[in-house]
Design a protein around this ligand. Sequence first.
Ligand SMILES: *Cc1c(COP(=O)(O)O)cnc(C)c1O
Length: 375
Amino acid sequence: MSGFVFSEKPVRIERGRGPYLYDDGGNEYLDIGASYAVTPVGHCHPAVVAAVQDQVERLMYVQGSYPVGVREELHDHLGRLAPGVVSNVWLCNSGTEANEAALKFARSATGRSKVVAATRGFHGRTMGALSATWKAKYRDPFEPLVGDVEFVDYGDSDAMAEAVDDETAAVILEPIQGEGGIRPASGEYLRAVREVTEDAGAALVLDEIQTGLGRTGSFWACERHGVVPDVLTTAKGLASGLPAGATLCADWIAEGAGPHGSTFSGGPVVSAAANATLSTVESEGLVENAAEVGAYLREELETTLGDDVREVRGEGLLVGIEVRRGANRLLGQLAMDHGVLALPAGRTVLRLLPPLTVDRSHADRAVSAIAEVVG
Ligand SMILES: *Cc1c(COP(=O)(O)O)cnc(C)c1O
């Protein structure tokens, strides 16, 4: 399923530190894909490792009906970081589960069933989240999916206004589409969708699973556009590689959320890892670093690559490079010849989403390697 980059020569990764991964031969790789944005503070950050070690020795699990300090701390932490009113926190184990909860909560709170999603959107692979995911390749083998989902063109606010009505429970969108090719929505579009959903009494669900936690240069991508959703989902790097997700809800959603639950919701070890990750993002100024180094990286890519590529897109350290050839072959060359691990986003886009800890020298190394393979 994975391993596309190394189909001819498998690389076995043995350890990680900061932005680097090391294989079983001791070779070093710069992980500018951050293993799909799962390592915002870098691999095996000492603060996260220490928090996990400490918690593992203290308490690995107790049923969710007992209050546990680390979980309460994570609730407070996410509630404080949440944009505006979405300060009620539901914890789960992955991105798809966070979206699954978001769609269930929106249906329950509105008493409606219809969901509007976007072309090229990606929201996960369990049945509910998959139903709001666009790509036929992910959907077709599993049809029929959960019903009452309508897709409209991403970025088209007229189409959105037409689709959303008084039967709509939720609109679900990524502020920047990740899997769909690193496609940022304009602030104008997001504000229009906010208005349309508010008028219709439908929930606006923003999927910030790839864009959140500081990656785009603000803690959440929606903040830069002054848009506050009714539900915001996060996951991927939340616990630095331990399985974690969260669904952040406004009061009216939380109050009408209905019965939902999960055995491992807010488990102590994962919560400890998430608290340490969030604290590190804040204490090391990584949101500001993502904005600064991200702007530098995108500028260097544009000036260095020039006409060798079609376009450089993105915000902060979420960057897509639309290339003129198949992305997978380029990714293989980057890895094998330059020790640089990037990701695809569709067939013709190189995706860079490095740890938020990278500096200009890491950016320079990535840019010169990419220039060589696309040149
Ligand atoms: C990765 C991703 C998901 C799914 O998360 P999983 O943890 O793989 O279930 C959902 N939405 C977006 C935007 C993602 O990038």
